[in-house]
Design a protein around this ligand. Structure first.
Ligand SMILES: NC(=O)c1ccc[n+]([C@@H]2O[C@H](COP(=O)([O-])OP(=O)(O)OC[C@H]3O[C@@H](n4cnc5c(N)ncnc54)[C@H](O)[C@@H]3O)[C@@H](O)[C@H]2O)c1
Length: 298
């Protein structure tokens, strides 16, 4: 794909963070948008910012729907509303971005929180792919972008924190995306795929995840959550806007693996150089010595 001009793009989780910035930058680069999120007001704000982008080709067409990506019927409603609203019968780009990050023990944790994290991060990508990939295949030129994580190739947040749900889901997203390379080459050669592996990106994920996983919006305002959320957002080495720009440039460059941030690049190299050591305390020491991922790896 050489440009996003006049392409139709679906972005899940477009109300905040990377998804919001993807939507805005796609709009500024000429695309039309179908956006979804759980949160209505933040989604509307993203849509307004997309519509406000100054483009030589005139304003973007934008459809937005409140939709839970773990619910296939809601995804189908989102799809149908988008096709009608945008006046199209196919889409060029699918960004499976919606996700939450909860650290919940498999052995001692709350099973419903564990499964909620897995469902949003894996089932959300799977069901959205079931609903939208046929429309990408129906386009002249398509690309699927699945947002995994550094936890899609390294299943750890350090020696004392368990991370089974998120890591299992993000490994699944990465494996599915890599397997789609052959799937598309054989059955839909006009469609490409990229898997995105961000390091630490300054977004609202800390508070959003807790509010979504517990179903309680009040937890976002708890002092300990708000403080951690602010530090995570404000002290990140890479902003959500920078992440979106790296992702979109990677798609246009045809990269199937898109590492986002110097921290992700470094960790990828470290795991490849010494995979057997990846879960040993010395490996974490090396990460700390490199001065990266301070807010993720403890
Ligand atoms: N921020 C990071 O450091 C980081 C690192 C690696 C990977 N990621 C991944 O990037 C993606 C985007 O996260 P972000 O950091 O921008 O977080 P964010 O919380 O700022 O944005 C995620 C958006 O997804 C929405 N969402 C969550 N569950 C949903 C559901 N079931 N249905 C529809 N929408 C839903 C949220 O309401 C939110 O608006 C996620 O997949 C996340 O796992 C983030």
């Amino acid at each position: 794909m050489e440009s996003f001009e006049d392409k139709v793009a679906v972005v899940t989780g477009a109300g905040s963070g990377i998804g919001r910035e993807l939507a805005i930058q796609l709009a500024s680069r000429g695309a039309h948008l179908a956006l979804c999120d759980l949160d209505s007001s933040s989604l509307v704000e993203t849509a307004e910012r997309c519509l406000a982008q100054d483009r030589p080709s005139g304003p973007a067409r934008v459809s937005h729907s409140v939709c839970d990506v773990t619910d296939e019927a809601q995804l189908e409603q989102f799809r149908d509303r988008a096709l009608t609203g945008l006046g199209v019968d196919s889409v060029n780009l699918l960004f499976n971005n919606a996700g939450i990050g909860m650290v919940e023990s498999f052995i001692n944790g709350d099973r419903s929180l564990w499964e909620k994290t897995f469902d949003v991060c894996w089932q959300g990508v799977y069901l959205s792919s079931r609903v939208f990939i046929p429309l990408v295949v129906a386009s002249d030129e398509g690309h699927v972008v699945n947002v995994s994580s550094i936890n899609g190739f390294w299943a750890s947040l350090g020696p004392n924190r368990t991370h089974t749900s998120y890591a299992a889901a993000k490994f699944a997203v990465k494996g599915f995306s890599e397997a789609l390379i052959a799937e598309f080459r054989v059955h839909a050669p006009h469609v490409g795929v990229s898997v995105v592996m961000p390091g630490h990106i300054g977004t609202g994920i800390v508070a959003n995840s807790r509010m979504i996983a517990t179903g309680d919006p009040a937890v976002g305002a708890l002092p300990e959550v708000a403080e951690r959320a602010a530090a995570f957002r404000n002290e990140a080495p890479t902003s959500a806007a920078q992440a979106a720009s790296i992702i979109l440039d990677g798609v246009l460059a045809g990269q199937w693996r898109i590492l986002v941030g110097d921290d992700a690049q470094l960790l990828d190299q470290m795991v490849r150089d010494d995979p057997e050591a990846a879960y040993e305390p010395e490996f974490i020491e090396r990460i700390h010595q490199a001065g990266v991922l301070q807010h993720l790896v403890e």
